[in-house]
Design a protein around this ligand. Structure first.
Ligand code: C2O
Ligand code: CU
Length: 464
């Protein structure tokens, strides 16, 4: 893993980006579809005199355009593929019609180069979501194919100027400041903690300076778009409270009970900040703190914020007394944790691991098998008991459903049991989650450390 020290060496070469990127507007076609084109873009990720990066973007920018609408409205997006390889878009965290979930190879064929696909779905719940490529995500997301999807309350709780989206990414740059594409797909990353970078951006900019009006309250929507890095943040340092995890509001704004809080790949955390002084949002997982964004408290009137409290979304409550327990043993990876693994019906041995790139498994099976992990009746409560027999932490994501984390390593959890769509499970730890399988279709369950998913931590379940 590249250390933060390395990141800071590059950073200290000089960085000066000072404002938030305005939200891009998306062209709407005559038929009302937003047009999103996935294609190559040559951009400087780092400072002006750096080498150009070969990115892949939506509509020429990374993150792609923020898609923003109100709960109950319909998203209509036409994806046009200008890449040289097939792609698809997944709408992460949305309780969606299965056919629109965007999983290439499971819910739709990947969209070939030069072709298009129309996504049309209702967004039932307000919250902070995101969208990203879901074909070879380890490559396509690492190159920039993602964006925010924000669903406002029917009456938005915060006024527009007091509601900020921060999509945070972790890039691996070469010495000349260009994106390191040569190391994409390295099995060293796949077998360890995934692809770590050495340069963080917020909405595509490095260390943006964000002005907040003193005395006003703001909603900061943090989205971790990194392939593998778990951000460690300490919102308590600037007096922030947590409003929501993974798009799901807490009963009330809550002071963080851990320091630091972990924000794993694909996870979101909405913070409530009442601006008093300048502060810095730092990422603390490295040797020294990494400033992600600087916030300046300025005097001004600006819009008067409403900051109503948020209403919990109407997710069906799991019935724990009548639940089916499905155990998932996670194995594989470096540090001597490889065990016998089946891939496409064959038992892997020796040379097969590097040849297939399959290095991790759920219940001894690497990657999408013919048979689902389980098949649920519609409305059945499922408890997934996830046993991490590996030496690494993982960020496990359930498609199409939010779940409650009900137990961690034998203890009932001490931070309540919030709804989430992605949870972290530590090395040699067990986490139990519960949800009502209420949405018919084929749904993925995978590690959102995208190298791990590609290398075997990828399965699916069926809801009748
Ligand atoms: Cu955010 Cu299967 O994805
Ligand atoms: Cu993982």
């Amino acid at each position: 893993m590249l250390t933060r020290r390395k990141a800071l060496q590059i950073a200290s070469a000089g960085a000066a980006t000072l404002s938030m990127t305005p939200i891009l507007t998306i062209a709407k076609a005559a038929d009302g579809f937003l047009e999103i084109t996935a294609g190559p873009s040559r951009k400087k990720l780092y400072r002006e005199d750096a080498a150009v990066s070969e990115l892949w973007t939506y509509n020429g920018a990374t993150p792609g355009p923020e898609i923003r609408l109100r709960a109950g409205e319909t998203v209509k997006v036409r994806l046009l593929n200008n890449l040289d390889e097939p792609t698809s878009i997944h709408w992460h965290g949305i309780r969606i019609d299965n056919a629109m979930d965007g999983v290439a190879g499971l819910t739709q064929p990947a969209v070939p180069p030069g072709e298009s696909f129309e996504y049309e779905f209702v967004v039932p719940d307000p919250g902070t979501y995101w969208y990203h490529a879901h074909n070879k995500s380890w490559n396509q997301v690492a190159r920039g194919l993602y964006g925010a999807l924000i669903v406002d309350e029917v009456e938005p709780a915060f006024s527009r100027g007091n509601d900020l989206t921060l999509v945070i990414d972790d890039w691996r740059l070469n010495r000349d400041g260009s994106l390191d594409v040569a190391s994409l797909g390295h099995l060293m990353d796949w077998s360890h903690g995934g692809r770590f970078g050495n340069w963080l951006t917020v909405n595509g900019e490095s260390r943006p300076e964000i002005r907040l009006v003193r005395g006003q309250s703001y909603r900061l929507r943090l989205i971790n778009a990194a392939n593998a890095r778990i951000f460690e943040i300490d919102p308590g340092r600037f007096g922030a409270k947590i409003l929501a995890y993974d798009g799901e509001p807490l009963e009330k704004p809550t002071a963080p009970i851990y320091a630091p809080m972990l924000l794993g790949p694909a996870q979101r955390m909405d913070l409530l900040v009442v601006t008093e002084n300048d502060f810095v949002l730092e990422e603390l997982s490295g040797d020294s703190p990494y400033p992600v964004a600087q916030f300046r408290a300025v005097d001004g009137d600006g819009p008067v914020p409403s900051s109503k409290s948020l209403m919990p979304n109407a997710i069906p409550e799991p019935d724990l007394n009548n639940a089916r327990i499905v155990r998932v043993d996670m194995t594989g990876g470096a540090m001597g944790r490889m065990v016998e693994t089946v891939y496409q019906g064959q038992v892997l041995a020796g040379e097969d691991y590097p040849r297939t790139g399959q290095l991790w498994a759920f219940n001894g099976v690497a990657n999408l098998a013919e048979a689902p992990l389980f098949a649920a009746e519609r409305g059945e409560t499922i408890i997934l008991e996830v046993v991490n027999n590996t030496a690494f932490m993982h960020a496990m994501h359930v498609h199409g459903h939010h779940f409650r984390v009900i137990e961690r390593s034998g203890a009932t959890i001490d931070d309540g049991d919030p709804w989430r769509d992605t949870f972290l499970v530590g090395p040699d730890q067990t986490t139990k989650i519960a949800f009502v399988a209420d949405n018919p279709g084929k749904w993925l369950f995978h590690c959102h450390m995208l190298e791990h998913a590609a290398a075997g931590m990828n399965t699916w379940f069926k809801v009748a």
